[in-house]
Design a binder for this molecule. Structure first.
Ligand code: SAM
Ligand code: FES
Length: 345
């Protein structure tokens, strides 16, 4: 079946389920060699870096899996000022980052106008850099004004493409339909768009994963963020099991083969469940890393899950550490915007 995927064929839902259920029969070395072949064809052995600025831990939502959900009264809340965000970008620029990812909870303190001003200022000071926003479900008007201000990309994981599963992970006021509408809208506006999901989230099954893969094939996002679900002790899923490295690597490889030129991060969550998780992710087909660029004093407060790595290091230490890790596996981190090969603004 992987050969058919490699030819660009669309597998049926039953075939995807079969592939996932019987994945121990798939020769992993061969699978990763195939996914690396596509990775090398489109990106060489170059790994793109994104400086991640987690600018707000306030969130109006109450997703059951998330450590900064509204009803977690133990979560420490903070907001970064425009000046703090600009200083983080300045440091990131010095370190060689040419993409800044502004991520936060759905925090309405950052109105359309406030975030527009921040986007414009970053673009003015760092015209050679791309800006990725990841601030959840907002109005069409906001999405448009941020794009017009210069934002290039938008990350909005769909979380699960299965309606029933979505309802088990989210409160009733959130809907899969609306999340998907946002993704199509963002794409229409002109953003490079990222979807994705957690691997091993509670109630996930081979069937829901097949729905995810089919949705991704249809949406054809420019970026796909997948990483293991990791429980957070102050959420309703505190006692659930974390997703595995094994399944995450398998899915990274399948996604690389199915959508060969997609930008695919080896996530911090993958680096949290295994010390060499991010390196293994690159060797399975990922080509992006998102090191933390938030000021050190707030890093320990953006805790989506337990035992998150890189909360104590300075940005420069993270960069040096990642450069080394990537070099050791025969790849190189590069100073480049790292746009999707499919779009250039
Ligand atoms: N508020 C924005 C949004 O909703 O897209 C961005 C921030 S949100 C915290 C970023 C992502 O973190 C989510 O899309 C989710 O997949 C991931 N995440 C949240 N809780 C997690 C957990 N316990 N384990 C792994 N990933 C998690
Ligand atoms: Fe941050 Fe290794 S990547 S310390």
């Amino acid at each position: 079946m992987t050969e058919r995927l490699a030819k660009g064929e669309r597998l049926s839902k039953a075939e995807f389920i079969d592939l996932i259920v019987n994945r121990e029969k798939v020769d992993r070395e061969k699978l990763y060699a195939l996914s690396r072949q596509f990775q090398h064809e489109h990106f060489g052995k170059r790994v793109f870096l994104r400086g991640l600025i987690e600018f707000s831990s306030f969130c109006r939502n109450d997703c059951l899996y998330c450590g900064i959900r509204r009803s977690n009264c133990n979560a420490e809340r903070y907001r970064l000022t425009k000046e703090q965000i600009m200083s983080a970008c300045e440091l990131g620029h010095e370190l060689g980052y040419r993409t800044f990812v502004l991520q936060g909870g759905e925090d309405m303190h950052y109105t359309g106008e406030v975030l527009e001003d921040i986007v414009r200022s970053i673009k003015k000071s760092f015209p050679d850099c791309a800006i990725t926003l990841s601030v959840g479900e907002r109005s069409t008007e906001d999405y448009k004004r941020w794009f017009d201000a210069g934002a290039d990309r938008y990350l909005l994981r769909h979380e699960t493409a299965n309606e029933e599963h979505y309802k088990k992970l989210h409160p009733a006021d959130l809907s899969l339909k609306h999340r998907m509408e946002c993704l199509y809208e963002l794409k229409d506006i002109g953003y490079q768009v990222g979807a994705g999901f957690m691997v091993g989230s509670p109630f996930q099954t081979p069937e829901t994963l097949a729905d995810d893969l089919l949705f991704l094939k249809d949406l054809e996002p420019h970026m796909i963020g997948i990483g293991p679900f990791i429980p957070h002790h102050d959420t309703p899923f505190a006692n659930e099991k974390a997703g595995t490295v094994e399944l995450t690597l398998f899915l990274l490889a399948i996604i690389r083969i199915m959508l060969p030129d997609v930008l695919l991060p080896a996530t911090t969550a993958l680096g949290t469940v295994a010390a060499d998780g991010r390196e293994q992710g690159i060797l399975a087909g990922a080509n992006v890393l998102m090191p933390n660029l938030s000021p050190k004093d707030v890093r320990g407060k953006y805790l989506l899950y337990d035992n998150k790595i890189c909360t104590g290091e300075e940005a420069a230490e993270c960069k040096a550490c990642l450069d080394n890790r990537i070099k050791r596996i025969g790849y190189e981190t590069v100073t480049d915007r790292g746009d999707s090969p499919r779009i250039r603004k």
